[in-house]
Structures are given as structure tokens and as C-alpha cells.
Design a protein around this ligand. Structure first.
Ligand code: GRF
Length: 211
């Protein structure tokens, strides 16, 4: 199975995916890494791993559907079966999401449906949550709202600051995302009628990473 990974920045989740394929834990051909920013460190990570690094610049493209068309073309050039969003900081429009329905994964730094959107760690602390974590989900038109696949959770520490919490969640993401990608690559999970199916059975709740 061929995948493209979309990044906008550091790409530490991309690195986790690269490492998992190298370790034989994830059977996926990472065909290309695509970024909307030429200076994304994720592109350097791709080059270093011998993966094609592609920039589809979003700067100067004011219309979202124009940009999405360029992006779709880049994805199709690489004949990707799966699109993995890994810190891709652009919202994808409905035509793009429809075109690749059931084939786009995203990782979000919260226990969805709690805390969709940005700045999750600070908001989790402000709300006094006891638990936090990350979620991999299929991408639908609802922002951070598609069928959830797997979560990793942790207990918030007393007096923890947002940066420390973010760091711990990110480390969890690096375990959870390769696991989710492997489930997809092995044909075990599918997005059917707005739900996630595991081995043909609808999941009522996301899987939980065993820690
Ligand atoms: C992660 O926190 C991920 O959950 C969010 O964007 C961040 C990407 O980090 N979607 P990195 O670029 O993979 O290091």
C-alpha cells in the first residue's frame, strides 16, 4: 500500500512513521511527503530517509479550492492509497475530502470529541481535566470530527504546564500513529457509513493504546 504524508512543520510524527516502516512494524510504502511550506523540517526528514519531498506552496493561493486541486493532483501523481495528515496546518475542503473519502487519517492532540481545534493542551489544563491524550481519526468534513480509530491517554500531572503536557502527548502520538497506520495498511480498519470498522465490526468507541 502506498501512502503520502502531509506536513507543515517539524514532522516528528512523520519520523515515527518512517522509523516504524524501517523497523518492520508498519508495512507501508511512504511514496512522498508533501508540505505546503518549503521550509518545513518534515521535508528534510523525508529527504534523509530517501523519500520524495514535495512542496505544494500554499502561499499566494488565496482560494482554498484552488489549493486543494493542486494538492489532489500531487497526491494522485504518487498513486496514494492513503493520505496521512501529520501536522498539516490547512483545512481541507469538502471536494478534497470527498475525493479521498475513507483514505485520509489525521492525528489530533486531544481525546476527541473533547477539545477539537487548536491550543488543546492549554485548554485541557484550564478546564482542570484529569486525563488528556491524542486521537487518530478518519478525516471527514467535520473538523476533528471524523470516526475515531485509536486513542492514547495519560493522566495530567499536578501543576503541569502546557509545554510539558504537550511533550508527553507528542511522545504518545509517536506510538499511536504508526499503530493506526498499520491497522489501515493491514486492511483491518475501514471507514464505513461514518463509522470505523475493525475486522468488519463497527467500533462503538475508539481503540485504546495499551500502555
Ligand atoms: C501534533 O501535535 C499533531 O497532533 C498535530 O500537529 C502536531 C504535529 O507535530 N496535528 P509534528 O509536526 O508531527 O512534530
Amino acid at each position: 500500500m502506498r501512502a503520502v504524508v502531509l506536513v507543515s512543520g517539524n514532522g516528528s510524527n512523520l519520523q515515527a512513521l518512517i522509523d516504524a516502516t524501517a523497523a518492520g512494524e508498519l508495512e507501508l510504502d511512504l511514496a512522498a511527503v508533501i508540505s505546503n511550506r518549503a521550509d518545513a523540517y518534515g521535508l528534510d526528514r523525508a529527504r534523509r530517509a530517501g523519500i520524495e519531498a514535495v512542496c505544494v506552496p500554499s502561499r499566494g493561493v488565496t482560494d482554498r479550492s484552488d489549493y486543494d486541486r493542486l494538492l489532489a493532483h500531487a497526491v494522485e501523481t504518487h498513486a496514494a492509497d492513503l493520505i496521512i495528515l501529520a501536522g498539516f496546518m490547512r483545512i481541507l475542503g469538502a471536494p478534497f475530502v470527498e475525493r479521498f473519502a475513507g483514505r485520509i487519517l489525521n492525528i489530533h492532540p486531544s481525546l476527541l470529541p473533547k477539545f477539537p481545534g487548536l491550543d488543546t493542551h492549554r485548554r485541557v489544563l484550564a478546564a482542570g481535566e484529569a486525563e488528556h491524550g491524542c486521537t487518530v481519526h478518519f478525516v471527514t468534513q467535520e473538523l476533528d470530527g471524523g470516526p475515531r480509530i485509536i486513542q492514547g491517554r495519560l493522566r495530567v500531572r499536578k501543576n503541569e504546564d502546557p509545554a510539558a503536557l504537550a511533550e508527553r502527548v507528542l511522545a504518545l502520538e509517536h506510538l499511536v500513529y504508526p499503530r493506526a497506520a498499520a491497522l489501515f495498511a493491514d486492511g483491518r480498519i475501514r471507514c464505513v457509513d461514518g463509522y470505523c470498522e475493525l475486522d468488519g465490526t463497527r467500533l462503538d468507541a475508539p481503540l485504546q493504546l495499551a500502555t
